[in-house]
Design a protein. Structure first.
Length: 467
């Protein structure tokens, strides 16, 4: 590392929102003249953008900090920054546990990074705010992909799921103005972006804080009219707020991909109540039926927590029953992890680790079987792929994603990243598909026909009590 160079390396933990924030942190550093470094060893600034959603995220951060400290001992000019959710949660504890950290900043003040780094020339600097100062989307950005962009539509969360620390570290929900989002997407498209992923803790309540009613479906229609945009994804909707208007917009908007990530968390009504999820198993299943009626080819993925306090064998069997009935294309499965500042942490009946592990293994086994079956449905089909680049394991192959978000490997025919290819699926595996290109040359993203959806009126009746 040459001392006169100013370089940075960012390690991001956690969700897509953190990926998005890291692109803004990188953008600000580059605007200040920093250049990207290939690793922590070579960088004058090493930044950890942190997550605290589960306990192992905390443990990993402190392990990583210890490693960078040993590098810093050899390179005294190096600065270590801890940003994001864990910084917001642990505050001054970070500097108590790791006094060699130079800058700590929370989730609400990413824009302070350049100033805090300058202040850290004199002494370690620390700033945690309680409210968002500048919407991260207003900051400069250094995108990781020329053809894909994260677009934040709201930040924070007004729900109070009893297991979840997010509201405590990300604050109240704040939506961006629709015009600003559309404008950002238009300028991304003019920059070469063909796919955007809309981000929010609860995308379906987007806009409620702006004019009293959620406007997510309106946003989808507005984005559908952006010329040159080929794909829109979003994460995550909350089942209680996912209503017929959003399903209709998904079905009617050609750009919106046929995939929805709809976190169920548990199949037991008793636990859903203890989790404060504001839906029952039956209401969740109604939403699944509603989206499948409107978009039969839709892929549905979910999040599931195993071992929430008080979970009985009967509760867990209800979760298995939902998984068996819905037949998810994929599930992120988590063992419950008590988090500070959450109601569930104070509940009685935390489960022994062995019980949780045993249930977790059973859930995984069931979901694996279902994943195989769901992927097998694609065998022989011709799919539109957005090419993502070389396969990590085998440079002879390229990878791309279907509109349903399935990863497909296919022989490297020289297709460029960010272009569309039409691929016939020749083999299916538990976690990916294999295919061969059927059309040479740049396939254009095939628009879906606009649907008309008389069925939605009946389907919407189950949603009336959602908060
Ligand atoms: N323990 C385990 N999993 C959790 N999640 C959120 N909080 C916890 C926790 N305390 C999971 C939920 C959420 C996903 C992002 O992380 O399933 O949807
Ligand atoms: Fe957490 Fe629930 Fe908000 Fe999602 S909706 S971020 S799980 S509190």
């Amino acid at each position: 590392m040459k001392t006169e160079e100013r370089t940075y390396f960012i390690r991001t933990f956690g969700c897509q929102m953190n990926e998005h924030d890291s692109e803004r942190l990188a953008g600000m550093l580059e605007a200040e003249g920093y250049m990207p470094a290939s690793g922590a060893e070579d960088a004058t600034v090493v930044l950890f953008n942190t997550c605290c959603i589960r306990e192992n995220a905390d443990t990993r951060l402190y392990g990583n900090l210890g490693h960078v400290k040993s590098i810093k001992d050899r390179q005294p000019g190096k600065k270590i920054v801890v940003a994001g959710c864990l910084a917001q949660k642990d505050r001054s504890l970070i500097q108590e546990k790791a006094p060699y950290v130079d800058v700590v900043l929370g989730t609400h003040n990413l824009s302070s990074l350049p100033r805090l780094l300058r202040e850290a020339d004199e002494a370690p600097s620390f700033e945690i705010l309680e409210q968002t100062e500048t919407f991260p989307s207003a900051l400069p950005t250094k995108r990781n992909s020329p053809w894909h962009a994260w677009v934040s539509i709201s930040i924070g969360c007004n729900n109070s799921c009893t297991f979840c620390i997010v509201p405590a570290v990300r604050g109240r929900e704040e939506s961006r103005r629709m015009g600003d989002i559309v404008h950002e997407v238009e300028s991304l498209v003019s920059d070469g972006v063909v796919e955007v992923t809309l981000l929010g803790q609860n995308v379906n309540s987007y806009g409620r804080d702006l004019d009293g009613t959620p406007m997510f479906s309106k946003l989808l229609y507005a984005l559908n009219d952006v010329a040159g945009l080929k794909r829109v994804r979003f994460t995550s909707p909350h089942p209680k707020d996912f209503r017929a208007d959003s399903v209709r917009a998904m079905a009617e908007c050609e750009v919106v991909c046929e995939h929805i990530h709809l976190p169920v968390q548990s199949g037991s009504d008793r636990l859903l109540k203890r989790m404060k999820r504001a839906y029952t198993q039956e209401r969740y299943l109604e939403k699944v039926r509603m989206v499948r009626r409107a978009i039969p080819e839709v892929a549905i993925t979910t999040d599931i927590i195993v071992g929430f306090p008080g979970e009985t064998e009967a509760d867990f069997e209800q979760t298995l029953a939902v998984v068996a009935e819905v037949r998810f294309d994929g599930a992120y499965t988590f063992q419950y992890s008590p988090r500070p500042m959450t109601a569930a942490a104070g509940m009685a009946d935390h489960l022994p680790k062995e019980v949780v592990q045993e249930r977790y293994d059973r859930l995984l086994e069931l979901q694996e079987e279902i994943g195989v079956e769901r992927n097998a449905r694609h065998l022989g089909a011709t799919e539109e792929l957005l090419v993502e680049g070389s396969s990590r394991k085998d440079p002879e192959r390229l990878t791309g994603r279907t509109r349903t978000n399935k990863l497909v490997h296919f022989p490297n025919d020289g297709s460029a990243e960010g272009t569309f290819r039409s691929v016939k699926i020749t083999a299916t595996r538990p976690h990916y598909l294999e295919g061969e290109v059927t059309v040479q040359g740049a396939a254009t993203a095939a628009p879906r026909s606009r649907l008309s959806l008389p069925l939605m009126a009946a389907a919407s009746s189950g949603c009336s009590t959602c908060s």
